[in-house]
Ligand binder design. Structure first.
Ligand SMILES: Cc1cc2nc3c(=O)[nH]c(=O)nc-3n(C[C@H](O)[C@H](O)[C@H](O)COP(=O)(O)OP(=O)(O)OC[C@H]3O[C@@H](n4cnc5c(N)ncnc54)[C@H](O)[C@@H]3O)c2cc1C
Length: 403
């Protein structure tokens, strides 16, 4: 760990080329297993510190949950929130515009980061009460919002059904086009010398003296100094091979993509677990179901119908849109809907960053920075104890930003 730190620092000066070449094996010594948004982001953050990891995926990079997601991002807090989970979220929200600019500069790829603003809506009294509770938390975390007076919805989002009971406007709600973001990350890390190995599934690990010494893949063995498991819903199965119990149950989410004539909708609309995300080419994503269906990723008629019905109820003009496509992805669950971040007890060179469930896209930059701190043995910037794999489950709480 210390050796990596000093190498990273030396490498960052960029004038130690000989040393760098001589130590190149050590450079690829960090092996990241799973190249969704979490693995790609960790590889990116490490590469910015001079660590060129090896990144493995059993298929193409970023084709699972990270591709399937909607790309909604929460607003940034004006002051640091009190809770560790909200701190992680707020840190990530602050990093997104910076990462988006840096990625565009490095790769020429626009990741679609847009501050489109959003509305959270309620039909019933119970939903109104739930939103009022969320608004109390937004206020204490310094999140900008406005409760719109009845009849004033048109000013913010004219397409909304006028019979909605309550509408809150959050001007800083944002989004990315996640497939573009994944492409930008992949392009950036490739250019920075990260060793990319798609189509190479990890099938086991070798250990000695309480350390992981090599990763075994379908194609051979890769000796390693440090391993980071970022394999989404498949993380539990991989860690099980080392006798480590970290539940990451797949949580199926279906999405329907509509193509509209012109810009029917401009703001993100959230209603409970359901949402509409307008893209700037007139498309609208309708998400998402939440199902326990194992590793099945087929969209179903029931799932698609429920999403379409609710979308038309929220925004009646969507009844005329064309249905372009439907798909499903597998969110990596956890014991309490919070991610697992950190070093595995008893394996000091094994780290995990997984279990982000509905929030993996939004939390990916801060997750990557936090893991980079651990790899470089730097002081943690936020308290990660809430995210330990051996924690007690956090009490059930209704997330203020679910996505
Ligand atoms: C419908 C839907 C909507 C969503 N909307 C949002 C949203 O708006 N905002 C948000 O923040 N989040 C959203 N999410 C959640 C988000 O997509 C996930 O939390 C996030 O993508 C998880 O990223 P990941 O990298 O951990 O997992 P994944 O993207 O699933 O990546 C894991 C990778 O590991 C690889 N892998 C698995 N096993 C192995 C192995 N043995 N060897 C090598 N590689 C392996 C897989 O091939 C895969 O590429 C949504 C998810 C869904 C399904």
């Amino acid at each position: 760990m210390r050796a990596l730190l000093s190498l990273a620092q030396l490498n960052a000066t960029k004038n130690n080329r000989c040393l760098d070449r001589g130590m190149s094996r050590l450079q690829h010594d960090v092996v990241i297993v799973g190249g969704g948004v979490i693995g790609l982001s960790v590889a990116y953050a490490l590469s910015r510190e001079g660590i060129r990891a090896t990144l493995l995926d059993r298929r193409e990079f970023g084709r699972e949950a990270s591709w399937a997601g909607a790309g909604m991002l929460p607003p940034c807090s004006e002051r640091p929130p009190a809770q560790p989970f909200e701190l992680l979220r707020s840190w990530s929200a602050r990093l997104y515009p910076k990462w988006s600019d840096a990625l565009r500069e490095e790769t020429g790829i626009d990741n679609g980061f847009r501050r489109t603003g959003g509305v959270d809506v309620a039909w019933t009294e119970d939903e109104e009460n739930a939103l009022r509770t969320s608004a109390g938390r937004w206020r204490s975390d310094g999140i900008v919002f406005e409760r719109l007076a009845p009849g004033d919805y048109v000013r913010v989002e004219p397409a909304l059904n006028p019979s909605l009971r309550v509408v809150y406007y959050l001007p800083d709600r944002s989004q990315i086009r996640n497939p573009w973001h994944l492409e930008a990350l992949k392009t950036a890390i490739e250019a920075r010398g990260v060793r990319l190995r798609p189509g190479e599934a990890v099938v086991g690990f070798e250990t000695a003296g309480g350390r992981v010494t090599a990763v075994r893949t379908e194609h051979g063995r890769i000796p390693c100094g440090q391993v980071i498991v970022t394999a989404g819903a498949w993380s539990a199965g991989l860690l099980e091979m080392l006798g480590i119990q970290v539940p990451t149950p797949p949580v199926k989410g279906q999405i329907v993509l509509l193509r509209c004539q012109g810009m029917v909708l401009r703001r993100i609309v959230e209603h409970g677990r359901m949402y509409l995300v307008p893209r700037d080419d007139g498309r609208v994503l309708i998400g998402a179901t939440e199902e326990d269906a194992g590793f099945d990723t087929r969209p179903t008629t029931q799932g698609v119908r429920d999403l379409l019905d609710e979308a038309i109820r929220l925004v009646p003009a969507l009844a005329d849109a064309e249905v372009e496509r439907a798909w499903a992805g597998l969110r990596p669950g956890s014991i309490d809907s919070r991610p697992y971040l950190g070093t595995v007890p008893d394996f000091p060179n094994l780290l995990v960053a997984t279990g982000h469930k509905r929030s993996g896209l939004q939390l990916s930059p801060a997750t990557a920075e936090a893991i980079t701190d651990l790899v470089l043995d730097r002081p943690a910037r936020i308290d990660l104890s809430l995210f330990r794999i051996d924690r007690e489950p956090a009490p059930a709480s209704d997330d203020v930003f679910r996505s």
